[in-house]
Structures are given as C-alpha cells and as structure tokens.
Design a binder for this molecule. Structure first.
Ligand SMILES: *Cc1c(COP(=O)(O)O)cnc(C)c1O
Length: 356
C-alpha cells in the first residue's frame, strides 16, 4: 500500500497530566483513511490531520448501523521502542466482523501497515508513563446515500488513536458484576462474535441499570436459556474453580478476545487445565458457596485483566476470595503487561515494533 501522508501544520497540545488521561478522551494529531467502492476496491490510503467527517444525512451508517470496529494499543518500552501486541489477530477479527456485516475486508497486511504508519506519524503521542499507552481504534462504516436496506457499495475505513491512562492508576481494583437476567447481548445466528457498534448500542441499557444498583459491569448469560455465562460488557470472563480455568467457548455468541486467546495459550504453557465450556451461572454460584470458586476475572485490551470480587444473580450474592486480586489473576496480569511493555522477553513473538 502506498500511503499518502499529509502532516498537520497545527499540532494540538498534548495532555500533560498523565493521571487524567482516562480512556478515549484525547485524540492524536492524525488519522488514517481509505475508501472502498464496489468494482474498484480499496483506494486512496492516506494519513491526514485529524478532522471531522462530512457525510450525507441519508448515509446507510446513520440508519442501519452497518459499522464495525477494533481496539488495540501501542506500548512504549523502557528503551523507547514502540510496539503493537498481536495486531494480526485484530486484523483477522475485523475481517470476520466485515464478513458478517456484509462489508469488504481490509487485507491483514494493509491493516497492520496502516496502524504502524499512523503510530509512526504520531509517535510523540505514545505516552511513556508507567501503564499508559496509545489506544488504536480502527473502524469501518457504510457511506452509500440511500434509505434502502441492503449492503452499501461504498465504505470508509478509518483509524484514530489517542493516549490512554494506566487502567489501574490506584492499584488493581477488583470489580462488582451484575449478572443480567432479563436483557441479552447475543444469540446464535446474531452478531455476538463481531465487534459491531450495534452490539454495544443494545447493551447500554443493561449497563446503565447495573450501574444504578452499584455494579461496575454486566455479565451476560446465553441468549436462549439465560443459563450459561458468556462474557462481560467489553471483556471475556474466566473462572478459576478447584485449580482449573473455565471460560465460555467462542461459538458465535462470544467475542473472541485477543486477551482471552493469549491467556489460554499461557495456561497451556503453564500446565493449567482450561475448559472452554458452557458453565451454568447456578454452578458458579454454588462453587462460590462451597469455597471452590477461587478467582474470577474479566480480560480485554483496555484493562488487560480485571479481577472480580462479587457477582450478583437474581438477588443472590457471591463474594469471591477476600476481595483482593488472586495470585493466578496477578500472575496473568504481570505476564501479559510484562510482554506488552517489553519488561519480559516475548518468547511467543506476540509483539511487533512499529518500525519493523
Ligand atoms: C473487544 C471485546 C472483548 C475483548 O477483546 P480483546 O481483543 O481482548 O480486547 C471482549 N468482549 C467484547 C464484547 C468486546 O467487544
């Protein structure tokens, strides 16, 4: 891909207080863009100063939500090297999302090249304070001007980035999770395995209700029986029961997380038994009562690992451990973040420098 680069003549001031970075609040100076037209394919890959879109009000994206996205990060090592974590996995997952939403695929190598080129241009935006990173948000949307319900013939692929704070500025804080028993996130045949905006739009109400009751996140049950655990808002979830790890299988309703997959690979290396199975929430609550539920954690790019200290299901409350992060959860967190920030050797070849 021959990327045309136009640099800004008016760079923004970078946030100076790293403790206030938060998530998705600040955006760097440039964006990557590429257009698709049926019969032509992807064309005009370019990096431009960050700017607004001008779109016709009748664009398909505004009415029928033909949109998909990805999420990954660029990490700065102590030596000043900037690296990505398994961007090929994000590229392939975006292709799977595209296929389900009837959208064109961005070739894996173009996706990675675009992300690296954009971070190169905005390399000064990659923060170097402990635990901070540059969040990378690739997304694609339909730009046909029509109210007819069919696949658009035109699309835009865009990548924006922005510095994000250490997820755990005040140390790792275990979260309380509300097990949603009314609304569902996914069902067989639907779009649960894709990162499409529509999945999130449909999930906001349950998240809101959980928050009003003092819970941080929603745990979704399967959409058919509301019996088996699936995943958390924007994370996969794992349970350590009697020394073994249980997590929902990726069979179409669960988002196949890159963090999830990396953890399962580490478990295999460490000789920890993993069950990718349908586990009933009732059995989880029982395991908690019998003292067999040792640790629970969410996993995803934003938080890496998020320990869970409490589950609430139909008025029943399960407390997990002593309310602090468990030793296995901590080991996973240390290993993954160690590889991502270059503090541990990357024996698995998971990282790739933006200049490589
Ligand atoms: C992005 C996402 C995850 C986590 O995936 P990672 O690749 O590990 O960041 C899990 N569940 C949902 C619903 C997601 O959107």
């Amino acid at each position: 891909m021959d990327i045309k680069i136009t640099k800004t003549t008016n760079p923004k001031a970078k946030p100076t207080d790293v403790s206030k970075l938060g998530f998705g609040q600040f955006f760097s100076d440039h964006m990557f863009l590429m257009d698709y037209d049926e019969g032509v394919g992807w064309h005009d890959p370019r990096i431009e100063p960050y700017h607004n879109f001008e779109l016709d009000p009748a664009c398909v994206i505004f009415h029928y939500a033909q949109e998909i996205f990805e999420g990954m990060k660029a990490y700065k090592t102590a030596e000043g090297k900037i690296q990505l974590f398994r961007p090929d996995c994000n590229a392939r997952r975006m292709q799977d999302s595209a296929d389900r939403l009837c959208m064109p695929k961005v070739p894996v190598e173009d996706f990675i090249q675009a992300a690296k080129a954009l971070v190169q241009v905005d390399r000064d935006w990659v923060p170097d304070h402990e635990g901070t990173s540059l969040y990378i948000r690739p997304f694609m949307f339909a730009t046909d001007v029509t109210l007819g319900v069919h696949a658009s013939k035109k699309y835009t692929f865009c990548i924006i980035t922005g510095p994000v704070g250490a997820y755990y500025a005040e140390g790792i804080n275990p979260v309380k999770i509300y097990v949603e028993d009314d609304y569902i996130r996914a069902a067989p045949g639907l779009t649960g395995f894709t990162k499409c905006g529509g999945n999130y739009a449909a999930s906001i109400k349950a998240g809101d209700l959980a928050e009003k009751q003092g819970y941080d996140q929603v745990l979704w049950l399967d959409g058919v029986n509301k019996k088996y655990v699936e995943e958390v808002g924007s994370m996969n979830i794992m349970f350590k029961i009697d020394g073994e790890i249980y997590t929902a299988p990726c069979e179409g309703t669960v988002l196949p997380g890159v963090t999830r997959r990396s953890i399962l690979e580490l478990c295999k290396d460490w000789g920890v038994k993993v069950h990718e199975e349908h586990v009933a929430i009732a059995d989880i609550m029982d395991a908690a009562k019998n003292g067999k539920l040792e640790e629970v954690f969410g996993c995803g790019t934003a938080a890496v690992i998020s320990p869970v200290k409490e589950l609430k299901w139909k008025g029943d409350i399960a407390k997990i451990g002593d309310g602090n992060i468990g030793p296995f959860t901590q080991k996973l967190y240390d290993t993954l973040t160690g590889i991502q920030w270059g503090k541990l050797p990357d024996s698995k070849g998971w990282t790739t420098g933006i200049d490589e």
